[in-house]
Design a binder for this molecule. Structure first.
Ligand code: SAH
Ligand code: SF4
Ligand code: F3S
Length: 444
């Protein structure tokens, strides 16, 4: 009989993909994935440590698994990912019901570690970092009827932004050989995948560690030549490494979607310098200007941090100014969270938490206005939608995404799923669009 695996994932898309790799690896060792932790023989929690709040949420979730362990002591509980890397043994000290802790570079050894626990009943803690991340090449066969898939093209980060814990948890930047990536994408397309998202902490510096050296635009052109691949997305881009060649790709590669996630973090040059971001707000504006000149339709989304140590009201106003000039299609915004080991821990921070919270509220309200305005610009327009499946809210509706990554709901039959259809946008909301399908068949 198959053993049952339950995986709970926190954090970024990279973690989502790592969880898929965990399921694939354990699948080869007789485990099938189940939807309820209470039914599982093996519970894996894939964690994130980007902000203190994320870490706390995970710790309280781990606490909830104590009762499962109490009623079924043979259940193995494993914790992987960035918080596991961060806390190591401390995780087990604080959660004695946890059997396994594995770091971000130890995922490939998961089956072996689980077998060791099954056989010996001993706890396993493995958080060593390797020079080349062995899990980079683990392939995940497409899920049944899946339309899109993640493909990791690089791991780690060398940027050491002053607030960020990622370089300490994911190790230095390593790129995966291009041929490996292209072969994996061909395998995915043969398995029915229509859209891939290329993943890395800073995809723009892809290939610099490879020999011979290559570049992200070169990789994109290779991916763009794969027959049957409808859409290419990527995340995340660092503004300091966004080359003119990458900008040109948006005019050249048909399957490259008109969307870029380009985290700005702040609009104040003083704060950007303190953050060690390597660009000014003017340079950021220029990069977006070039992208829009090359591709007027492009959606630009971003990340912003408020309340970085020493951020004055004046600095915060510069962030609002940047938002006004760029008018982001969407923005993920966060209150600064102090992370152990990062440079910003040592920066003086006289700004009270309440003021930071107020700034975050102001920024988010401003962005909601911009997002809605951008969505309303699409009312009356015809957009290309890749249909993903039934809408969650209405059984008669189908749901899909535009090339600019907006969700569109529309009434249509289920046989539109997996197809690219033209939809006329009738109404725009904050988080989605509503439209009417125009006709089926050869669009764009
Ligand atoms: N590699 C990506 C993003 C990594 S983390 C990049 O460089 O853009 C995702 C986002 O979390 C970051 O863009 C940043 O906005 C936010 N973030 C990272 N560390 C943070 C911290 N200590 N406090 C608040 N937000 C943080
Ligand atoms: Fe963190 Fe900066 Fe690296 Fe992004 S580029 S992962 S924010 S250190
Ligand atoms: Fe979190 Fe690690 Fe991703 S800290 S955001 S899961 S790289």
């Amino acid at each position: 009989m198959k053993k049952r695996l339950f995986i709970q994932t926190f954090g970024c898309q990279m973690n989502v993909h790592d969880s898929e790799q965990m399921a694939a690896l354990m699948g080869q060792h007789g485990y099938e994935t189940v939807a309820d932790a209470a039914d599982a023989d093996l519970i894996l929690v894939n964690t994130c440590s980007i902000r203190e709040k994320a870490a706390q949420k995970i710790m309280s979730q781990l606490g909830r698994y104590r009762s499962i362990k109490r009623s079924r002591p043979e259940t193995i509980i494993g914790v992987g990912g960035c918080l596991a890397q961060h806390l190591g043994e401390d995780l087990v000290t604080r959660n004695p019901h946890v059997d396994l802790v594995f770091g971000t570079h130890n995922l490939h050894r998961l089956p072996e570690m689980v077998i060791r626990i099954e056989q010996s009943g001993e706890k396993v803690i493995e958080t060593s970092l390797a020079p080349v991340v062995p899990s980079l090449g683990i392939r995940v066969a497409p899920r049944e009827n899946a339309i899109s898939a993640f493909v990791t093209i690089m791991q780690g980060c060398n940027n050491y932004c002053a607030y960020c814990v990622v370089p300490f948890l994911r190790g230095p930047e390593t790129s995966r050989p291009g041929e490996d990536i292209l072969n994996e994408i061909k395998m995915l397309v043969d398995g029915g995948i229509r859209e891939v998202t290329l993943l890395g902490q800073n995809v723009n510096s892809y290939g610099h560690t490879l020999s011979p050296r290559t570049s992200f635009p070169e990789l994109l052109r290779g991916v763009g030549r794969i027959d049957g691949l409808e859409r290419i997305r990527f995340t995340t881009s660092h503004p300091k490494d966004l080359s003119d060649d990458l900008v040109r790709c948006f005019g050249e590669i048909r399957s490259l979607c008109e969307h870029i996630h380009l985290p700005a973090q702040s609009g104040s040059d003083r704060i950007l310098r303190a953050m060690n971001r390597g660009y000014t707000s003017e340079e950021y504006r220029n990069r977006v200007k070039c992208l829009r000149e090359q591709c007027p339709e492009i959606a630009v989304t971003s990340d912003m941090i408020v309340g970085f140590p020493g951020e004055t009201n004046e600095d915060f106003q510069r962030t609002l100014d940047l938002m006004e000039t760029i008018r982001f299609d969407n923005l993920f915004s966060f209150k600064y969270s102090e992370r152990k080991g990062t440079a910003a821990v040592h920066f003086p921070d006289p700004v009270p938490e309440t003021e930071k919270a107020e700034r975050l509220e102001t920024l988010q309200a401003r962005q909601e206005g911009h997002t809605l305005e951008k969505n309303r610009d699409l009312e009356g327009r015809l957009v290309e939608v890749l249909v993903e499946g039934r809408s969650k809210n209405s059984p008669d509706d189908m749901s899909g995404r535009t090339r600019t990554n907006r969700i569109v709901n529309f009434t249509a039959s289920a046989d539109t799923v997996r197809k690219t259809v033209p939809v006329r946008i009738e109404r725009a909301f904050l988080h989605s669009l509503r439209g009417k399908i125009e006709h089926l068949g050869g669009v764009c």
